[in-house]
Design a protein around this ligand. Sequence first.
Ligand code: GDP
Length: 350
Amino acid sequence: GGGRPGKAELQKARMRLSLQEHLWAFFHERVAIPSEELAVARRAALDICAELRVFLHAKLPDMPLREMYLSGSLYDDLQVVTADHAQLMVPMILEKNLWSSVPGEDTIMNLPGFWLVRRENLEYFPRGSSYWDRCMVGGYLSPKSVLEVFEKLVAGSINWPAIGSVLDYIIRPVVPSETLALEVQYETDRRLYVDFLPLLVMEDGVSLIAKPHRLAAERHENLWRQSFRVAETTKLRALDQEDSGCRCACLKVIKAVCKLNPALARLNASQISNAILLLSEHEGNWTQEALADRFMQLLRALVGHLEAGRLPCILNPKVNLFCELTPLEIDELGYTLYCALSDPESLLRT
Ligand code: GDP
């Protein structure tokens, strides 16, 4: 064409400009959490963590655990909209010679990203040689059974009303919940959910968490979930640091969109992070001015991954990050995002 941009192109440029402005306005008004709110929520979670440490040391001094710690988006500035949840990591110590990990793709389930933890040497070290033998089911360490042990403790034998009144919170265990969680009401209108997440760090550095497979068939009950969260967030942050990029801002905007739109609630931080990391492999411009372009490109990429029914994990491409969605859920997510491609602003009107 000639040197002058056509009418359609001008209109497209105008739309992009306004989307860019709207995205940043949305970021500041809805996505970002005021620092005071963050501080109070973090304080509440820390207080609970401290109480639990004291309780476990006193009540179960021989339970082989490393020190519990808090983690999640609340602690690495990736939480959005409201400061309302955190994970309490509970690292379990396993004897190296008694337990080994088997990758999911080498099992009958053929599920990359999930692992079995097998008890070894039972003939020389009979049942009872390892503290965690009490959670062994069919020769494997059962995450479900591990969660039940903690559930009995946390929901059954800790006097939360008493601890809550000392700390000036209202604390109650959430039952039933997918995992094990505490609800902490730390101001009349503010609630924080603290998830218990038992964690195994295997010899090869693989981190496994006791978070059940979502489509938990009985045969999935012994599976531990590999956690890639630390590596994913570290990588995103490092890339942003190199080029003062907007990847984390983009992640937060899309996380907020998913938190505020029930039709998108099934998309999680890990899927969005990986879509951004995949896009970063062949898209270099992540300047603040490019937020709207990258946002649109990500929506298109997500639609594409959903159409394929597959989103590979950047740290292990054999892992399909959509493997816990049903075909219907994949269709619905794809449809909602596809519609948003022609009216992205609709995602911000919530
Ligand atoms: P957000 O909850 O959407 O703000 O995202 P996060 O990045 O905080 O992710 C929290 C989710 O990731 C929870 O559902 C956890 O069960 C899961 N998860 C997987 N691995 C880890 C891990 O190593 N640490 C934490 N904190 N959460 C993990």
